[in-house]
Design a protein around this ligand. Structure first.
Ligand SMILES: Cc1ncc(COP(=O)(O)O)c(C=O)c1O
Length: 446
């Protein structure tokens, strides 16, 4: 199951209206199929060894209710900022299930994360120096609350190249993230030799637009480095130092029902071929390698995107000989990437009539789908072939569960829409977030 069908969005929309979850004031709403999400997470877990820490990327979907659900399902989280670390702690995640990845951590944030027992991925050598200073306090007994500090990995750019979407590719020759493997290999090895607390490697190749081959070879290059470093540390220190391997996220989803994405199973099968020890929980027969590597994953888009969809009332329709325009209640505030870069980011749409029935007649003219914001670029999609749209119809925007509401923009002070979760095709609804009101706006701007 990859995408939620048009007919399911129509029937759930009707049920949500009938049960009062979508009200008249909800000119737009975001819906999450929580049964779908649960199945997806169960499938993810079934593809990897059971000890794997699945650090779901919070940035894709930071809703408290959804974080609580994924915690209950035994997942961890990947946090891109101290704010996200704090959100995860607030949602009840065990600190050991939190992976802290920001490229810009302050000394105070580092100290807090380590003292909580969060797994931290270092972004650069200067940060490593700060961590060494902090770790010295644990080594010399200055910090002795009976707890151990969090574990530490290092983000390495495997320099595998860029994918089809430049702005979300982070493993080119240059990247602002991590330490480049080709030019800094010797310094990296030295860093492991000098810092016993450094026990993990981390990579992330990019998000969407990254091929299977690039993802696998990115991991492969770090795997080769891991084997080399573990042999060296075994020889010189008597132990295999790298015991955590974080493969990042980045497996693409399909935003279109007729396009099959690479499946998680195929991804894992290819990883197993290239980096077999990551999946073996038997004592290693390759000398000097640890018997079990702790695997970490950081899938955000793959986890959430297909489980969510958005519906907006069409407030007005503008007709013009060249193009028709449907005026919606969501635009660049919810769909920042889509509005600014339509070449790389787009969705499928379904038009529902006022009663929630699917419209199927195809219009002679094409449609622009325009948002409510006050700038010309606030157009979600241009020249889309859709049925005739009338004022009062509803437009469903499919596959909006990841990187949409989390990128909400306050420009023009629109009220963020209500967010509703549901189980069993709308037999049960839960409120995930109330539609914003004046207090929210005032709190933000004051
Ligand atoms: C370090 C890191 N990990 C994980 C992710 C999640 O990527 P995706 O949502 O494509 O799985 C990102 C997002 O780009 C990231 O920067």
């Amino acid at each position: 199951m990859e995408n939620i069908s048009q007919s399911k969005t129509s029937s759930v929309f009707k049920k949500a209206v009938l049960s009062g979850f979508i009200r008249k004031e909800d000119s737009a709403a975001i819906l999450y199929d929580l049964s779908f999400l649960k199945q997806r997470i169960a499938y993810l877990k079934s593809c990897f060894p059971k000890e794997t820490l699945h650090g779901l990327a919070i940035k894709a979907c930071p809703l408290a209710g959804i974080m609580q659900l994924t915690n209950e399902l035994g997942c961890g989280v990947e946090a891109a900022s101290m704010g996200e670390v704090r959100l995860a702690l607030h949602a009840g995640f065990d600190p050991g299930m939190i992976v802290y990845d920001s490229p810009v951590k302050t000394a105070e944030e580092i100290a807090f994360a380590l003292s909580q027992g969060v797994h931290l991925n270092v972004d650069n050598f200067a940060e490593l120096g700060r961590i060494n200073g902090e770790m010295a306090k644990w080594r010399n007994g200055e910090k002795t609350n009976g707890e151990k500090p969090g574990t530490v990995g290092i983000r390495i750019n495997p320099q595998i190249g860029t994918g089809t979407i430049l702005e979300s590719s982070v493993a080119g020759e240059y990247s602002k993230f991590g330490i480049p493997l080709k030019t800094k290999r010797q310094e990296l090895i030295k860093a492991f030799m000098e810092n016993d607390f450094l026990t993990g490697v981390h990579l992330h190749v990019g998000s969407q637009g990254i091929s299977l081959e690039m993802l696998v070879e990115g991991t492969g290059r770090l795997y080769d480095l891991m084997l080399e470093i573990n042999s060296l540390t075994m020889e010189q220190k008597g132990f295999s130092q790298i015991t955590t391997f974080d493969i990042g996220g980045g497996l693409a989803v399909s935003y279109f029902r007729d396009k099959q994405p690479v499946s998680m199973e195929d991804y894992v099968a290819a990883l197993k071929q290239r980096a077999p020890l990551l999946f073996s929980h038997q004592p290693s027969d390759i000398s000097h390698q640890p018997s079990a590597i702790r695997l970490i994953t950081e899938f955000g888009r793959w986890t959430y995107t297909n489980s969510g969809w958005t519906v907006s009332r069409v407030e007005y329709v503008k007709q013009d000989p060249s193009i028709n325009t449907a005026m919606l209640h969501v635009g660049a505030d919810l769909f920042l990437r889509e509005c600014l870069n339509q070449k790389d980011w787009s969705h499928e749409y379904t038009v529902l009539d006022n009663d929630g029935n699917i419209k199927t007649d195809v219009a002679a003219n094409q449609w622009n789908l325009a948002g409510p914001l006050c700038f010309a670029g606030d157009i979600l999609a241009k020249n889309v072939s859709l049925p005739v749209i009338l004022e009062g119809d509803f437009l469903v925007i499919h596959d909006t569960g990841g990187y949409t509401f989390s990128m909400w923009s306050r420009f023009n002070s629109r009220f963020a829409p209500r967010i509703i979760g549901y189980y069993n095709d709308g037999e049960e609804f839960v409120l995930l977030k109330e539609r914003e009101g004046m207090e929210d706006l005032i709190r933000f701007w004051k």
